[in-house]
Design a protein around this ligand. Structure first.
Ligand SMILES: [Zn+2]
Ligand SMILES: [Zn+2]
Length: 253
């Protein structure tokens, strides 16, 4: 009997180094982008290499849309001649390289877990930019698009951000017009196509500061139309937070 006990003790001693290693360095935590095992959990659950290659928005940004600007101007070319209905937009990432892969995987390859990483980055951007929101509203999808994809990526991000910032999420907007093939249109055509595409279905937005959430800010036409609908429903103001913003086109292109 005592022999068995001693054997057990020995086994425990032998397993101890492994057990300590597991406690210090939990297994099964992998980089959300490349899948490499992480020695410890990181803020965005990314490995050092993926973090380094992530196209974060630079320090100097357009005061309106939040895109990186490489000169001293306060506003980017995109915003200078286009007044917007929203107060400002901010995004942690430029829509490029690894960030583009991540959003693509999230939207089209069923990697819904990426909402965790993107949502954490978005919440940090909100805090860093001193943004203000009392209610989070995700950009809606049309009924047809939602049926096709099965989920609304903006809504998943909205809940991730809301959870982290402790702000309630209210799907107050619905998309009443199908605007597919938006991609092929120019900025101006996009706005025309989106006219009256959104409607507010929850009057609770009245007198509230709204934080509108989407995955990508491209021309700003969608954010603008949503903000217009929310302001029509008498909300106080609309700020926009997206995971990515498309880079400005180089002047020589
Ligand atoms: Zn990685
Ligand atoms: Zn801008």
């Amino acid at each position: 009997m005592s022999d068995v006990k001693n054997k057990d003790k020995l086994g425990l001693f032998r397993r101890l180094p492994q057990m300590m290693k597991e406690a210090l360095y939990p297994e099964d935590i992998t980089c959300d982008v490349c899948g490499e095992e992480l020695v410890a959990d990181t803020r965005y659950r990314l490995c050092a290499r993926c973090t380094e290659n992530m196209p974060f928005v630079a320090e100097h940004i357009c005061l309106n849309c939040g895109v990186s600007i490489d000169n001293e101007a306060d506003y980017c070319d995109r915003c200078q001649n286009n007044p917007s209905f929203f107060k400002l937009c901010r995004a942690p990432l430029l829509y490029d390289g690894k960030a583009r892969d991540m959003v693509y995987g999230f939207k089209f390859s069923g990697k819904k877990y990426l909402a965790h990483t993107l949502g954490a980055m978005m919440a940090d951007t909100y805090i860093k930019n001193n943004m203000q929101g009392e209610i989070i509203v995700p950009v809606p999808m049309s009924h047809k698009d939602l049926k096709k994809r099965g989920f609304n990526q903006a809504e998943l991000l909205a809940y991730e951000v809301g959870k982290r910032l402790n702000i309630p999420v209210l799907p107050a907007l619905v998309k009443v017009k199908d605007t597919s093939a938006q991609k092929e249109l120019s900025g101006k055509e996009r706005s025309q196509n989106l006219e009256k595409a959104f409607e507010v279905v929850f009057p609770q937005v009245k007198d509230r500061k709204i934080l509108l959430i989407d995955d990508i800010f491209t021309t700003g036409a969608t954010a603008n139309e949503c903000a217009k609908a929310l302001l029509k429903a008498k909300c106080k103001e609309v700020s926009v937070l997206t995971a990515c913003i498309t880079k400005l086109k180089p002047l020589m292109e």
